[in-house]
Every structure is written in C-alpha cells, then in structure tokens.
Design a protein around this ligand. Sequence first.
Ligand code: BG6
Length: 490
Amino acid sequence: MLNKKLPKDFMWGGATADFQYEGGFNEGGRGLLSHDYETNGSIEHPRHHTMKMPDGSLINPRSSFIDAEDVPDEAMPIFIDDQYYPSHQAVDFFHRYKEDIKLMAGMGFNVFRFSICWSRIFPTGEEEKPNEEGLKFYDDVIDELAKYKMQPLITICHDELPMELVLKYNGWASRKVIDYYVKYAETLFERYGDRCKYWLTFNEINAIRGFGPTGVRKSNGQDRYQAAHNMFVASAKAVQLGHKMMKDSQFGAMYAMSEIYPATCKPEDMFFHLQEHRENWYFIDIMGRGYYPNYAPEVWSHHNVKNIEMAPNDKKDLMDGQLDFISFSYYRSNTVKDGDKWFNVGGSTNPYLKETPWGWPVDPLGLRYCMNEIYDRIQKPIFIVENGMGAIDQPDDNLYVCDDYRIDYLKEHLSAMADAINIDHVPCLGYTMWGPIDLVSLSTGEMKKRYGLVYVDMDDLGNGTLKRVPKKSYNWMKRVIETNGLALEE
Ligand code: BG6
C-alpha cells in the first residue's frame, strides 16, 4: 500500500461562493449583483436573466453571469414575482455562519475558502467609502474562524460584479473597472490583512473562454478577451499592493482545470488537443509567469479577437504582479478530437469513465495528472481549492444521508492527490473541497445537485427548514483529516 499520509502543515478545508451560500441579498446595506437576477434552472432548463426592454417587453437571455448571450444595450434586468432567484436566500450562511463554522471545525478543517461579496462592501462598486456593515460581517466570520484555529482563504471576486458596474461600464470590458477592483481589494487588505494570509484574486478566470464571468453584454471574443486582459491587470495590481501591505501574503487565482485528453492518438487529434490545452494555459501562463505567451495570437484567432488594447505599464504590471501559487478547481476531465468546437466541454465522450447524473465524467487520476502538469510547467506550489461530486441525496426521515457514493469519489480523488504529493513530489499547499455544507449549484441554480458533507433541508425553490444535518461522509472526512490522510489507506 502506498503511503497516503500528507505533510504535517497540509491545509484541509472547504470552499464556498457568496451568492451560492450566503443569502441576505437585501440586508446589511448590500447592493445587487448580476447573479441576483439569475433564475434557478436545471440541465434541461438553463438559467436566465429576466430583462425589460424600453417598450415594456420582456426578454430572457440565457445566462450564467449575464454574458452568456448577447444582451441589447437598452435591456434592464428586473425581478419577476413568479420567478425564484436562488442567490437571495442561498442557504443563509449570512445568519447561520456560527453554526456552519462550528460544523466545519468539527471535521478538523483548518482553512475555509469563502468569497467576499463585492456589493456588500461597495454596493454599486463606485462609492467613495465602503459599507461598514458589510465589512463588519466578514470581520465576524473571520473572528469566528479564529476561535477554531481555522484560517481564511479569501476569494476577492468569485465570478461577480456589482450590477451597476455591469450596466454602466459593460463590466470588465472597461478599464475603469480595474480601478474599482483595486480600491475594493485595498479595502479588504486594510481590514483583514492582519488575519488573512492566502488570497485568490479571481475565481475560474479561464472560464472566460466559454462563458462568464466578465459582465459584458456581448458574448463576442473581442470583448471577452479584452475583459480578460483587464482582469489580468487588475489581479497583478492587487498582488503588488497586497505584497506591499501584508508582509507574508500569498496570492493565487483560481482556474477551472478539467484535464483534457485527446480522443485518439491520431496526430490531428493530438494537435487539436495541444491547441485546446493552450486555451487554458493562456490564463495560467499570463498570471503565473507574468507575460503573454508566444501562442497568444493563435488563441485570439479562435475567438476573432482583432486587438487587445494595453496601457503602457500593463506588461510591467503583469510581470511584477505574478501569482505566488496556482490554485484550481478539479471536478472532471474532458476529451477532445480534431474538429470539435473550442471549449466544447463534454463534446467527445470518454468510454473509460463513468459520469455523474449531470454528465460530468469521474476521473480521479486526472487530478494527479493535472497537479503534475501544472507544476511541471509553472514551478510554483499548487492549491486544490475546489473538488467534489454533485449528487442527488436521499435523506431518511431524520434527514440523514448515507452517501457512500460521495465517500468513494472523495476517497479516490484524495488518494490521487496524495500520490501526486508523495510519489511525484508536487508541492501542494492544501485541499478545500467544494460546498462542505450543501449550497446552490452555480451552473443550474438547483439545490438538488449537492456536494456537501452536511445536508441542508431546502429544495430547489428555497422551501425547507434550512436545518443542517451531517451526512455519513462527515465522519469519514473527519477521520481522514484526523489521520492527515492515513485513513485513505483503510
Ligand atoms: C466551479 C465554481 O465552477 O464549480 C463554483 O467555482 C461551482 O462556483 C462549482 O459551484 C461546481 O459547479 P456547479 O455548477 O455544480 O455548482
């Protein structure tokens, strides 16, 4: 049996995003986010925003983060009575953070990744002064974590923008948003810098190549890749500032890493695979190595990008504001073949892998593969900041869930991670599983797609007591953490 015990300072924890977890959308002076207008959905019925045109007619652009489809400039988002908007209540961490943190600490977590809601701090994004009530909420969360010796890992921006910045500036397509972001980040560093060492500037920034999160109204490649450039610069400026303001601070950004395989060894499939892979590396290389790679024009050509506007200091900022570690989410792998569309997730099937009910292939070895690949290339420590299995749980009358399938998934993935660390010697700072307490799905807005080790009594329309009940996997995870991985060998 290969040794699964992890290094003694390994960080174990969970990860969440404000608009999927926190709720309290109209409390504590919080402003509106684009996610607040997103309806719930399912695989069959994509989420959408309801928007009103000047003549009063309604349109429903399909959307995750507003830029998944072209939205006319005149369209304004509105709430409709008979629609359910999952971010409003989410699963109410806003009021239940003490209970949730205690539950997480009960498993031995020593780190908790959460995102700060930008519009809780700057309700429109443009205020001169931050919203004190918003700052105080996260003070309380961080202090509560400290009681259990858990450290925060803060995502500064998880796929979101205050709605005003989307409407007024076309989101990240405007450089103006860089200044607002830097001011927001500076506010967080000032307030929480004494208690937070690890920061992520953006969540899944490479998702820009296929869907959000840039807050632009047109889904064309030109706006999208310009927005990405502005986000790279914003991240680099925040990293430089953070390093100045907080002596020991460490910065990552978060990438959606679906390991990509070629469907066959046919040279054309292999070459397509190389190019598709570079579409992801584009983001990691620029932020992790500090410069645009040689293959950037080739990537732009896939998305009809004519020109990326850069300010004179941008190149220097990118170089000086490189990330300290590379963090990523890993749920699945993908298989591609020549002629597939770019970013054709799930386009070709992998006959060797089983899938979840949402069609996500389950591939633990893919995790070890991509940990190695990232480290080989960037040579900076890595941090797995999301992983888990969205599954349909069947609670009994006491709301207890016997989730052996989740234990299997986590055991296989954690074992693959341990192998990457112990056999391949990939330096890995820690592991924060996705959604330790059940929360709302990002892609479908459902509650049915659960990742948690703790069940939350709530259905897809927000009905339920919101009671928290540990699942079978809760005690299993507790034992894995207690033994620092050794229990994976049982
Ligand atoms: C990541 C996101 O893409 O995947 C999370 O950072 C998201 O916000 C997670 O929830 C899982 O995706 P989903 O669609 O199953 O919630």
